[in-house]
Design a protein around this ligand. Structure first.
Ligand code: HEC
Length: 116
């Protein structure tokens, strides 16, 4: 079994390389497959079109993160607020801060140009 698989694995590895380093963004995080889940859990309670008045806890009116289109005008502010740990605000009831893993994922998403 080993003898058969080894050359195959080598061939696959070479084919995958193709002389160029693999593009990490090709399989990197997108809004839909990764960032939305983080934003929904850590941002949406205040930054939602459905949150009004006191329920926004002071989040600027109109700064909503319900979907990609609503975040698009401020993608870099959105990513920066999250990866810097500035948002969600410390001590907000019922909301825990982002984890280091979440910040890394959002940073990777930013580096790859905020794919939808
Ligand atoms: C508990 C409510 C609450 C949550 C949850 C929350 N925010 Fe905010 N957000 C605010 C408030 C209040 C402001 C306005 C005051 C300020 O700028 O600190 C604000 C302002 C902002 C701003 C503009 C000012 C700045 O710091 O850049 C951005 C961008 C932002 N939030 C992004 C986010 C992101 C991204 C998340 C999730 C990771 C998030 N917010 C979660 C309440 C919240």
């Amino acid at each position: 079994m080993r003898r058969v698989l080894a050359p195959l694995a080598l061939a696959l590895a070479l084919a995958a390389c193709g002389g160029e380093p693999a593009d990490p963004c090709e399989s990197g995080p997108t809004f839909t497959n990764t960032v939305k889940e983080i934003s929904d859990a850590k941002c949406l309670s205040c930054h939602s079109k459905d949150a009004e008045g006191a329920n926004r806890a002071g989040a600027p009116v109109g700064m909503d993160f319900d979907d990609y289109a609503s975040i698009q005008p401020i993608l870099s502010d959105f990513a920066d607020a999250l990866t810097s740990g500035r948002m969600p605000p410390m001590g907000a009831p019922g909301i825990s801060g982002t984890t280091p893993a979440e910040r890394t994922l959002v940073n990777d998403w930013r580096v790859c140009g905020y794919p939808q």
